[in-house]
Design a protein around this ligand. Sequence first.
Ligand code: SAH
Ligand code: SF4
Ligand code: F3S
Length: 458
Amino acid sequence: MADSKPNTKGLYIKTYGCQMNVYDSERMKDVLKPLGYAPVDSPEAADLVVLNTCHIREKATEKVFSELGRLREMKQEAGGTLRIAVAGCVAQAEGDEIMRREPAVDMVVGPQSYHRLPEMIAKLARKTGDILETDFAAEEKFDALPKTREIDGASAFLSIQEGCDKFCTFCVVPYTRGAEFSRNTDAIVAEARELARQGVREIVLLGQNVNAWHGAAPAHDVRGGEWGLGALIRHIAQIGGVERIRYTTSHPRDMADDLIDAHRDVEQLAPFMHLPVQHGSDRILKAMNRQHTASEYLRIIERVRAARTDIAFASDFIVGFPGESDVDFEATLQLVRGVGFAQAYSFKYSPRPGTPAAGMQLQVEEHVKDERLARLQALLNEQAQAFNDATIGRKVDVLFSRAGRRAGQALGYSPYMQSVHVDGGAHLTGCMALIEIVGATMTSLKGRLVTATAEVMA
Ligand code: SAH
Ligand code: SF4
Ligand code: F3S
């Protein structure tokens, strides 16, 4: 196409959903690079557009079909040369339906099969064979991915665990991502080293239930046996250049003692934990099949705070789950008041096809969901503002992972996952610096440079 250089082909990937999808999109770029595909800034400049989709709530899925409508027109205007692939969780859940409803789509590839994209593109060129790949072999995928990664910025995601066996009754993830799978320890450590070698200073370990990760201890560990996430974090912290480690998303049931202890022992482990609770009422937690009570959750929070006093918590909440009464909803507000969250995501319950909750009696009316969501969000916003306000006047280490949106502005993250912007700090991009916080809104902080604690990356 006009905008792409000779011999290279333009690749545009649009990513929806969670960080796992962000990681997958980066890896799709790595997979397609040897075929001559280079990222471009718009679908118009692309020869191949990939929509990496999310199926978690109804709205997320609707967005994909409306985007596909736009791409169909673009394809017609381009004389049919544009290739369109649908990847991710909608591809997994509704692959056949997409192929039927949207003939402009050339390929459908599930989250565990995107390493096969080169083969699929070749088949497409030969006009032979199956161009729908939705197998569940996570292990095969990780083995097949290129060992080198194209890195953009000082912070990088690293997927260590995929899939879920917990089957919360509202959730599609066990169906779209498959069974719980932990990546091999040595492969994770090798990828972490490769990231550090490329100048990455913060590694964010990812998994649908990241703290369910477990793996064989590497050969150098004379104690042998199995490692959990705590041991893995201790090991990654020893890789030269790794200044900060985060992990997300955790499940309360997999919060092992050793992981909690790591928050006390490992200096680079950020004092921030995203630990979704979903609800504050035991009756609803049971109906959700969360397999923990509200007080068990609160007890975990207490134990983590005992290990690391300044830790900040984030969580996810669902309002309007089937059967939720006013009393149940009050229990959620009560739990939120009890913990005090630094950040939170809250959603109206969205019935998902094939999940048990979608067929439950007593679905909550939309206007009730709206009203509860507004009340919950008002409380969570208040807490986020209070948390950010409390940082004013403090000096914190900020990792400036990427350039800010405005000219001359640097954008980074505090240890507590607050976004911090510094005017006139563009030279800070790529480094960790001590910043004095001088202003706060509900979603971000304004800072002033005190000292740069690390050299600016080349
Ligand atoms: N594995 C994580 C969450 C993965 S999904 C965990 O167990 O906590 C991300 C968030 O989307 C969930 O925490 C939940 O709050 C929300 N979510 C999932 N399914 C939903 C649904 N059907 N309706 C509304 N929100 C949902
Ligand atoms: Fe979904 Fe529950 Fe698994 Fe989280 S633990 S991915 S909410 S089924
Ligand atoms: Fe969405 Fe799939 Fe992530 S459903 S939230 S992209 S695991």
